[in-house]
Design a protein around this ligand. Structure first.
Ligand SMILES: Cc1cc2nc3c(=O)[nH]c(=O)nc-3n(C[C@H](O)[C@H](O)[C@H](O)COP(=O)(O)OP(=O)(O)OC[C@H]3O[C@@H](n4cnc5c(N)ncnc54)[C@H](O)[C@@H]3O)c2cc1C
Length: 513
């Protein structure tokens, strides 16, 4: 089957890498179909990339079955200027001076009807202290054992997106993926079926394929003409612009393996460490400020002199149809919420995995049912992530027109209304959140719901008391402490690990996912 992927950003090359994997294995329903894959990338349209972070799904992808096509944790760290990511530090979201951590590890009772270990730590300490990664984050440590210099996993990556694309490209072109630097300028659809038959490139070349994947980012080169439609989230999500910039580490600065998400008067700023510098930016609402004022706000808040890379405008929302006829949109071309919680590359990987599980296209009927399933899945997927984004704007911060708007005028999604109301009386639980592949479950919502004090310490205590669990919770608190304190003491500091990464002195290891 001939596949053309339009776009050579992270989404395009991750997709190509997964096809390479499929061509080497028969572990899913596609069986022994052989995919002849070409990636076309415009030399004139740059990729999006300003220092990014991922969720654990990227770690699992690199250290899972893709190892059979040559991915490797250590190579990835060394070649992409990556650093490990243990979680996110949310600063000032509940008013200036507040902070909470969102580690990439759930509590050990996360799937219980009552997340007792999390509740116990809300009452006696800080929620993130209920797990190892939360403690490592807080103490500026890493997920690497000091002695063995090996990782215990439980993390993801911060990286330079340009280098991540290159990493997967190098793997793919050394194998069977064909690569063209050219621009798609015209589409030819079959007048009866509406299927995409061929595209014309800028130099006049005509290319045909059986199946097409639109990874062209915000250009949506194929999808726009295939009738993907658009479902906007602008009434639910308050930001729509970003001002990315780079900042070199100061001399002797202690670098922590965390994404900093710092609430600002008109949105929030991110700061992501790669090996030599931070990728930073201000995500703001152009209803309340503009690029010049946002830059001034950034310089005032950080004390830095900032030279922005560009001003990015984005429409928050998703396609109505991700899969139309023989074209599927993956990555930014399929939708974008905003950078919070790094859901974009996460979604991209889930999209690829799902597509490759159902891409068994031998008849029109199969196209139809596969695409119905796929479209429904990702409508729900994006809608659930939209809810997760919105809850972050529901804390107590109220010191600017932007934050007042979030509280008083921004339309709440049904899920956010529900979570906010329930949280006044009790903690929501795992069962009240989605649990399908890749979904944003309670394991991720919990840090923000507790961190913003939507569930207060008093409510947590009352809930434990209601079920006479306050003594049990106390026991959990002490047992977790006894378990984790020695584990924390075995871990390498972030700076020691950064030195090893930069000097390339880490041993290779077989990571078990
Ligand atoms: C401000 C900001 C911050 C972000 N932070 C994060 C984060 O922290 N974590 C996260 O997971 N995600 C983040 N994202 C999203 C992330 O950048 C994308 O998911 C990721 O880079 C994948 O992008 P992409 O490959 O879909 O598109 P792009 O990187 O935009 O690539 C598009 C490709 O299509 C090609 N192309 C376009 N038109 C044509 C044409 N006509 N013919 C041929 N080729 C064409 C381009 O040349 C390019 O190669 C962020 C996004 C923004 C805007």
């Amino acid at each position: 089957m001939k596949i053309i992927i339009v776009g050579g950003g992270t989404a395009g090359w991750l997709t190509a890498a997964h096809f390479e994997l499929l061509n080497t294995s028969n572990f899913n329903s596609v069986g022994n179909l052989n995919f002849d894959v070409t990636v076309i990338e415009s030399p004139d349209i740059p990729i999006i990339g300003a220092g990014e972070g991922a969720t654990g799904i990227l770690f699992d992808a690199i250290n899972g079955p893709m190892q059979s096509i040559g991915t490797n944790h250590i190579d990835f760290l060394y070649e992409t200027q990556s650093t490990p990511k243990l979680g996110i530090r949310f600063k000032d979201w509940n008013g200036e001076g507040t902070e909470f951590l969102s580690p990439l590890q759930p509590s050990k009772t996360v799937t219980n009807n009552l997340d007792i270990d999390l509740l116990a730590h809300k009452v006696h300490s800080q929620p993130h202290n209920c797990n190892l990664v939360g403690r490592l984050l807080e103490q500026g440590l890493s997920t690497y054992l000091k002695e063995q210099k090996q990782t215990i996993g439980l993390s993801s990556y911060h990286f330079d997106a340009h280098k991540v694309g290159e990493y997967f490209k190098n793997i793919c072109v050394k194998r069977n993926t064909k690569y063209l630097q050219n621009e798609v300028v015209e589409l030819n659809k079959n007048s009866e079926t509406g299927f995409l038959e061929s595209v014309i490139l800028k130099d006049g070349t005509k290319l045909e394929a059986d199946f097409w994947i639109d990874c062209s980012g915000f250009s949506k080169v194929l999808t726009n003409q295939m009738g993907g439609g658009w479902h906007s989230y602008s009434e639910y999500l308050p930001v729509n612009s970003a001002l990315p910039y780079l900042h070199k580490f100061e001399e002797n600065e202690i670098i922590k393996f965390e994404t900093l998400a710092w609430a600002m008067p008109n949105g929030w700023q991110w700061q992501i460490p790669t090996q030599e510098r931070y990728g930073c930016g201000y995500v703001y609402s152009d209803m309340f400020t503009n690029a010049d004022k946002a830059l001034a706000e950034l310089e005032r808040t950080t004390g830095r002199s900032i030279d922005p890379i560009r001003n990015i405008k984005f429409d928050v929302g998703r396609l109505e149809n991700f899969w139309t006829k023989n074209v599927v949109a993956i990555g930014l071309s399929s939708g974008f919420l905003e950078p919070l919680q790094a859901t974009s590359i996460h979604t991209t990987i889930v999209q690829i995995q799902m597509l490759l599980n159902v891409l068994d296209v031998k008849s029109d009927m199969e196209y139809k049912y596969n695409s119905i399933f796929y479209n429904n899945y990702f409508r729900r997927f994006f809608d659930d992530n939209r809810d997760l984004m919105q809850i972050h704007y529901m804390g107590k911060r109220n010191d600017s027109d932007f934050w007042k708007f979030c509280h008083n005028e921004l339309k709440k999604t049904d899920k956010v209304e529900y979570v906010m109301n329930i949280s006044k009386h009790r903690s929501p639980s795992f069962l009240e959140f989605e649990q399908y592949h890749g979904a944003s479950s309670w394991a991720i919502w919990c840090w923000t719901v507790f961190g913003l004090d939507l569930v207060t310490k008093e409510t947590a205590y009352k809930q434990l008391k209601k079920y006479s669990l306050q003594y049990e919770a106390n026991r959990f608190f002490h047992d977790t402490n006894d378990l984790l304190i020695p584990q924390v003491s075995e871990m390498m500091s972030s700076m020691e690990l950064l030195t090893h990464i930069k000097n390339k002195t880490l041993p290779r290891q077989n990571i078990k996912i």
